[in-house]
Design a protein around this ligand. Structure first.
Ligand code: NAD
Ligand code: UDP
Length: 322
């Protein structure tokens, strides 16, 4: 069946891949974005397709649309981006979710929220299961993102319980791949950019903190599966449970890119989580999904993509991107 599908943040890293997949499946896709952390070039190849439409709009403001499904992906995701205008970040998660849930309620549409592993803060439980309630500093510099996403989850559950809205929540763990913004300041893009330029690779802290990195193809597949699942609303962790220290990541990027870059160290940002790894038992049970792409293979593809782009074609979304 062909659906009318709204993808907010549809020009972003993950959103643009979701749009592409849905357009290829034949759905009528509306991509809505304010282009804060992305560029139109991410979806330019879709503009000629008859089932694709692009709207410049900010989800903190209401909009009237008729749709069957909504992927609510809009929100700056990199720490440097979401901390640039923290109040705007909270508005995007809170007002933006209310506006999108309002459309879902009026249209009877199914709506999926792109939540995050950041709802667990600096976790004291490891690996993180969905029942863990997290350890977020509510007054810290990451709170605009973490608490905004936590309130968004609350809104989704309350619209579901009180208004019978057909909601879905996915908690996304660190994801990387082609079409990441080269100036998003996140660890994978920073390290690859530095390695390819032969610059020092900057480890924040001593590099012993861990993350678990999921390749974009695995992530897009499970997001679409979750949207199409009838009897499961989540929240569900989605990510790759293979855990690496940031130093191990740097060493892999140097090796896979054949770089002569050296490691250098800079202060660890406040509230930077010490370790993070998803327990994906629920995703396996309910969605029959687990990631298939190992870090080395995904990094190779991402490095190859970075080699093809011209950095001058990218506008750093914020002045301090590294
Ligand atoms: P991204 O920055 O590439 O994409 C976000 C998109 O939302 C951008 O195109 C941006 O311009 C748009 N946007 C931001 N604020 C907006 C607003 N107020 N109105 C309209 N558009 C707005 O980041 P991404 O990695 O593709 O992340 C997509 C979603 O997934 C985000 O909600 C993010 O919080 C979530 N997420 C991503 C990761 C990850 O590792 N990539 C991890 C956890 C959660
Ligand atoms: N990091 C780093 N060097 C960089 C960018 C990030 O060492 O140039 C570290 C950062 O301190 C964190 C980890 O890499 O511990 C992941 O950072 P990122 O911003 O990608 O995502 P986070 O998971 O912290 O939101």
């Amino acid at each position: 069946m062909i659906d009318r599908i709204l993808v907010t943040g549809g020009a972003g890293f993950l959103g643009s891949h979701i749009c592409e997949r849905l357009v290829d499946e034949g759905h009528d896709v509306i991509c809505l974005d304010n282009f804060f952390t992305s560029q139109k070039t991410n979806v330019a190849h879709l503009l000629g397709r008859p089932n694709f439409e692009l709207i410049r709009h900010d989800i903190t403001l209401p909009i009237h649309l008729e749709v069957d499904k909504i992927y609510n992906m809009a929100c700056p995701a990199a720490p440097g981006h979401y901390q640039y205008n923290p109040i705007k970040t909270i508005k995007t998660s809170v007002l933006g979710s209310i506006n999108m849930l309002g459309i879902a309620k009026r249209c009877g549409a199914r709506i999926l929220q792109a939540s995050t592993s950041e709802v667990y803060g600096d976790p004291e439980e490891h690996p993180q299961t969905e029942s863990y309630r997290g350890n977020v500093n509510p007054i810290g510099i990451r709170a605009c993102y973490d608490e905004g996403k936590r309130v968004a989850e609350t809104l989704f559950m309350d619209y579901h319980r009180s208004n019978n809205v057909d909601t879905r929540i996915v908690r996304i763990f660190n994801t990387y791949g082609p079409r990441m913004h080269p100036y998003d300041g996140r660890v994978v893009s920073n390290f690859i950019r530095q390695a390819l330029a032969g610059q020092d690779i900057t480890l924040f802290g001593d590099g012993t903190q861990t993350r678990s990195f999921c390749y974009r193809d695995d992530l897009v597949e499970v997001i679409i599966r979750m949207m199409n699942q009838d009897d499961f609303i989540g929240p569900v962790n989605i990510g790759n449970p293979d855990e690496f220290t940031i130093r191990e990541l740097a060493e892999k990027v140097i090796e896979l890119s054949g770089s002569s870059s050296k490691l250098t160290f800079a202060p660890l940002p406040d509230d930077d989580p010490t370790r993070r790894r998803p327990d994906i038992t629920l995703a396996k049970d309910k969605l029959g999904w687990e990631p298939g792409i190992k870090l080395d293979a995904g990094l190779k593809q991402t490095i190859d993509w970075f080699k093809t782009i011209n950095l001058d074609d990218y506008r750093p979304p914020t002045p301090n991107y590294s």
